[in-house]
Design a protein around this ligand. Structure first.
Ligand code: FES
Length: 296
């Protein structure tokens, strides 16, 4: 029998936010869903968020969870925490915040709080139009635990965010190592790397191609291009079109974003200023300070 806090039991017995959000076609709002886990693995969480498009605020949220007491309580806690937050604020929520809101979780159940954080990220990424084969970019790294499909970046991240010191703790948080156990030595190695401040293993060095959002989240190259296109389409092009110009994304090489200026922008003597001010600064602000825009 697990030792649960009163808050866990309260939210488990009286969840107020279970279910879905009906799409009534309201203007200015959008509903997005993030899903993690699988029923076959014992836990699954589907989080629905309703976003005010003008303010970027989450004005409602609901969950559908298949799982144990702590999975239900973590989902309910997540919804209570996230309501009223902007999407950027929501992306800063960690699994520790969820566990603390609950007054703590048994170590063996910490993976429920991680699942909540991941579902939230998936819902926000989905809203922002970032294509995801799975819920997050962590899956781009080397696969460490084949039993539970857990990659090195994900293990590294949970160790760092929660100051984990043993493979057993990692298993409690993200299940990795909890099956056949053949990955436990690799998990121990990653823990040592993290404690020594080694940021990634050689086989995962391709992650240096990723860029960070202001939230600190890393984007894969595909996510990066999709987000650049989204920012251009929604925040840059309308301004340029209003001035008789336009811009088209030509290519992305690391942090270098190549664009084609069109219409009035292409022949305008102040096109360099347009690039730097209207395009580069917006991409820096929304995606990464390292971005450099070039006209081709
Ligand atoms: S490979 Fe990780 S538990 Fe089997």
């Amino acid at each position: 029998m697990w030792e649960y806090t009163d808050k866990v039991l309260e939210l488990f017995y009286n969840p107020k936010n279970q279910g879905t959000i009906e799409d009534k076609g309201e203007a200015g709002v959008e509903i997005s869903t993030g899903e993690v886990g699988s029923i076959a693995c014992g836990d699954a969480l589907r989080l629905h968020i309703k976003v005010d498009q003008e303010t970027d605020k989450i004005i409602d949220a609901r969950f559908q969870t298949f799982g144990c007491t702590s999975a239900i309580a973590s989902s309910e806690a997540l919804v209570e925490i996230v309501k009223g937050k902007t999407l950027d604020e929501a992306l800063k929520i960690t699994n520790k915040d969820i566990a603390e809101y609950l007054g703590g979780l048994p170590q063996e159940k910490m993976h429920c709080s991680v699942m909540g954080q991941e579902a939230l990220e998936a819902a926000v990424y989905n809203y922002r139009g970032i294509p995801l084969a799975t819920h997050d970019d962590d899956d781009e790294g080397a696969l460490i635990c084949s039993c539970f499909g857990v990659s090195e970046p994900k293990i590294r991240r949970v160790i760092q965010e929660n100051n984990l010191a043993t493979a057993e703790e990692v298993t409690n948080y993200i299940k990795a190592g909890g099956g056949c156990g053949t990955c436990l030595a690799s998990i121990d190695d990653i823990i040592i790397d993290v404690q020594r401040g080694i940021t990634s293993s050689p086989q995962n060095s391709t992650n240096s191609n990723y860029i960070s959002q202001p939230s600190g989240k890393k984007l894969t190259p595909v996510q990066q291009i999709a987000l650049i296109q989204k920012v251009l389409d929604e925040e840059v092009r309308p301004v340029l079109i209003a001035d008789g110009g336009d811009v088209e994304l030509y290519d992305v090489e690391g942090d270098k974003v190549k664009v084609l200026l069109q219409g009035a922008c292409g022949s305008c003597s102040s096109s360099t200023a347009t690039l730097k001010i209207a395009i580069e600064s917006r991409l820096k602000e929304r995606i990464s300070q390292n971005i450099v825009v070039e006209a081709v």
